[in-house]
Design a protein around this ligand. Structure first.
Ligand SMILES: Nc1nc2c(ncn2[C@@H]2O[C@H](COP(=O)(O)OP(=O)(O)OP(=O)(O)O)[C@@H](O)[C@H]2O)c(=O)[nH]1
Ligand SMILES: [Mg+2]
Length: 631
């Protein structure tokens, strides 16, 4: 996509007309006022027969919003400067905007050369060259043009041809995404949406969705460069005819995309640069941000400094009352509300932001790395560095990889192989570089837990999982990751702080040891709670506490007021498994023979298995239902 920019009346629309034969000022109001208001689109045939799209933007400062909407989809910029006027305010503002949007390839056309003498032509050419240099475009070609005489038009076309070859093509396989420019109804077809897709491809029959709202739809027909086509792709001016949605429910600024990838967000972490000549950006302020074909009022708070002086860059957390469809890597422009002017702009580094109050813990150094990734087309890296959460869920993956759901597996497998994402459950991953953050949260939770439960050995693994928003099935995976921590002691059933031990007296510790000793050495009959208490001469409360602790620690289980060693229960289960291989129904007698257990111990253990759903009573015997103890 080629786009124009430049001050009002400098000859942008005339240049597009000379290049393409199309008059892009189509609105009656544009005709009446002799100026462009909305965006214009025209296909331009290059000498090598290649066709590129041109978007013509309005120059008047009242329509900067439309200009930005057009400029966000431009790959090659033609900056138009009239020879008589020279560089004017919107020449400057437009180049600032296109600079913030990182339009990489730039040329200038100096128009209306028929109105000035040769001396003035050279003067303007030199000042434009200097102006482009100041903005970092040292080698941008400058072509002298008159749309009245036709001088320079072919040269502009050839220069564009040369420049489009420098535009990087997109990575294949990305999800489709188009910022909607216009929505209207065509008789016999229904709703047609126009715009310039940012990424991916789409074809007739594809399922897509409209955001915000996630309205599902299907592509009925489409056009690229105003010609029927079975498919279209990024950077091509497209008109997409969709099914089932009325055109008046869709507005400019909405998004048409592959289902399940993009999301509505109300906040984001962004990198911004202050491009104003004299005004600093305050720590806390309201702005209007323009992105894609949309705009939103946001509250911004600088996260790494108290103000941004002109020319400075920093990071800001933005928040909007309206849903925004933005993603890491998206460029935007930020305009101050009063006086209305372009204050700055930048790139989104993360939309994975959580609560409003949560203190943002990512360092400026990490944010700078994230910005680098976002700017160089690696939104996944930007998000995993800068996003609030160190844990990623399956539902985040299509967005993070910018791919349809069906392709998530192959992308995530690559990140697992590279050690960047560590799976901890069927649908959850920890970001390797952020394990310490997860540990910090666990340490915080354990500290609180220990202070509230001084006699407890530690926090049950399932509760640790829950405190991180994870399903309990993540327990083993999480334990494995955290087991390397120097701060957290990971046991089979619970986590505790390394330097914590339950607040027990020496006497209590010795009781605990004696109970364990007794339980381990009772091989055929589990000791009854009351008998043991009497034998060891222990108070009620101490006995209760020790039994609870030993159960939490996974040492023993209290079954029918008998204390049974957990390893012993495991051996009983092994016996059941062995017996079930020989006989379908297992009777008490054969279980006792197999284990050598007394009746008083065997019966409660079998009933314990029934209660856990491991066995089921049937007639005189039992049937084995599952072969292990499920957590
Ligand atoms: N003499 C002369 N006049 C020109 C040339 N190019 C454009 N014009 C005139 O300049 C006026 C403005 O041209 P447009 O192409 O509409 O300017 P624009 O930059 O598109 O203006 P906006 O879209 O409103 O910002 C028109 O009256 C044109 O006829 C040129 O090369 N020579
Ligand atoms: Mg115009």
């Amino acid at each position: 996509m080629v786009g124009t920019a430049g001050h009002v009346d400098h000859g942008k629309t005339m240049l597009v007309k000379a290049l393409t034969g199309c008059d892009t000022d189509t609105l009656p109001e544009e005709k009446a006022r002799g100026m462009s208001i909305n965006l214009g689109f025209a296909p331009c045939k290059l000498p090598g027969k290649r066709v590129v799209g041109i978007v013509d933007v309005p120059g008047h400062e009242d329509f900067i919003k439309n200009m930005v909407a057009g400029a966000t989809s431009i790959d090659v910029l033609v900056l138009v400067v009239a020879a008589d006027d020279g560089i004017m305010p919107q020449t400057r503002e437009h180049l600032k905007i296109t600079g913030l949007l990182h339009i990489p390839v730039v040329m200038a056309a100096i128009t209306k050369i028929d109105l000035v003498d040769a001396h003035r032509q050279i003067e303007v050419k030199n000042s434009v060259a200097e102006f482009l240099r100041e903005h970092g475009y040292d080698d941008a070609p400058i072509v002298m043009v008159s749309t009245v005489s036709g001088v320079g038009i072919d040269e502009v076309r050839q220069t564009i041809q040369h420049l489009v070859a420098q535009v990087k093509s997109d990575e294949p396989g990305l999800a489709f995404r188009m910022n909607i420019e216009r929505s209207f109804t065509v008789k016999g077809y229904g709703t047609v949406l126009t715009g310039i897709p940012m990424s991916g491809r789409c074809a007739v029959g594809d399922e897509l969705e409209i955001l915000p709202g996630r309205l599902p739809t299907v592509v009925r027909a489409l056009q690229k460069f105003k010609n029927e086509s079975p498919e279209t792709q990024a950077h091509i001016c497209s008109a997409i005819n969709i099914r089932n949605i009325e055109s008046n429910t869709i507005l400019r600024g909405m998004t048409l995309a592959t289902p399940g990838v993009y999301r509505e967000t109300f906040s984001a972490i962004v990198s911004i640069k202050n491009v104003h000549e004299s005004i600093s950006i305050k720590r806390q302020a309201q702005f209007r941000i323009h992105y894609g074909t949309s705009a939103a009022i946001v509250d911004g708070i600088l996260v790494d400094r108290s103000a941004l002086v002109p020319g400075e860059s920093g990071f800001m957390r933005i928040r909007s009352a309206e849903p925004m469809i933005i993603a890491a890597g998206d460029r935007f422009i930020m305009r101050s509300l009063s006086p209305i002017s372009t204050a700055g702009g930048g790139v989104v580094v993360s939309i994975r932001t959580q609560t409003r109050t949560k203190k943002y813990g990512v360092t400026t150094e990490t944010l700078a790395k994230a910005r680098g990734a976002a700017e160089s087309g690696d939104p996944f890296r930007s998000e995993i560095l800068a996003g609030d959460a160190a844990i990623i869920n399956l539902t985040d993956l299509p967005y993070l990889f910018r791919c349809r759901k069906q392709r998530v597996d192959e992308f995530v497998a690559a990140q697992e192989r590279a050690g960047i994402l560590i799976p901890i459950g069927p649908v959850d991953w920890i970001i390797q570089s952020r394990i310490a953050e997860v540990e910090d949260v666990i340490v915080r939770n354990l500290t609180r837990y220990h202070s509230e439960k001084k006699y407890s050995s530690g926090m049950p693994v399932a509760d640790v999982c829950r405190s991180l928003g994870l399903d309990r099935s993540c327990g083993p995976g999480l334990s494995k990751v955290v087991s390397r921590s120097s701060r957290i002691a990971v046991q089979v059933k619970y986590f505790s702080l390394h330097d914590f031990s339950p607040a027990l007296s020496d006497h209590q510790v010795s009781i605990k040891e004696k109970i364990v000793d007794k339980v381990i050495h009772s091989t055929t009959a589990a000791p009854a709670l009351g008998d043991l208490q009497q034998e060891l001469e222990v108070s009620d409360s101490d006995m209760r506490l020790m039994v609870r602790l030993l159960q939490e620690e996974g040492v023993l289980t209290c079954i029918d007021r008998h204390l049974v060693h957990n390893e012993f229960i495991a051996r009983c289960l092994d016996s059941m498994v062995r017996l079930s291989g020989k006989q379908s129904s297992i009777e008490l007698q054969s279980f006792r023979e197999e284990t050598g257990l007394s009746r008083n111990t065997a019966v409660p253990i079998l009933e314990h298995f029934d209660a856990l759903g491991i066995t089921r009573r049937e007639g005189r015997g039992r049937i084995l239902v599952q072969k292990s103890v499920k957590e």
